[in-house]
Design a protein around this ligand. Structure first.
Ligand code: AMP
Length: 114
């Protein structure tokens, strides 16, 4: 499994704006935000993409969604809403090969997916 920039961020070898962190996840601000609020919810366990999750990662996936939900509460996005995106491999637009979920919020987002 190759090392990614996110692993270096987790180990504090390169800086990032850390929104919150737990034993299993780190949430950082995206360096190139696509919305007024753009965070990346990243499991610390090495997992290349959503295609590589195992049965015992169910709790981890739940924690990722719960992290988004608590950020929505913290920043009052619950009512207006937000978007969660997981890109998978090249055709899905994944550029960093450590599983992560984008959380975009803070404005009306465009309707397109492709
Ligand atoms: P994806 O294209 O789904 O793999 O998303 C990777 C995301 O990581 C992109 O939105 C990048 O802007 C973001 N990114 C890359 N390097 C960094 C970094 N050093 N700090 C924060 N976000 C980053």
């Amino acid at each position: 499994m190759s090392e990614t920039i996110f692993h270096k961020i987790i180990r504090r070898e390169i800086p990032a704006t850390i929104e919150c962190e737990s034993e299993t996840l780190i949430v950082i601000r995206d360096i190139n935000p696509q919305a007024p609020f753009h965070c990346l919810i990243i499991p610390k366990k090495i997992i290349r993409s959503i295609q590589d999750i195992a049965e015992d990662d169910a709790e981890l996936l739940l924690e990722m969604v719960q992290a988004a939900s608590s950020l929505a509460k913290k920043y009052a996005f619950e009512k207006d809403g937000y978007r969660l995106v997981i890109n998978c491999e090249e055709w899905g637009g994944q550029t960093v090969f450590q599983l992560h979920m984008h959380m975009l919020a803070g404005a009306q987002l465009s309707g397109g997916f492709a």
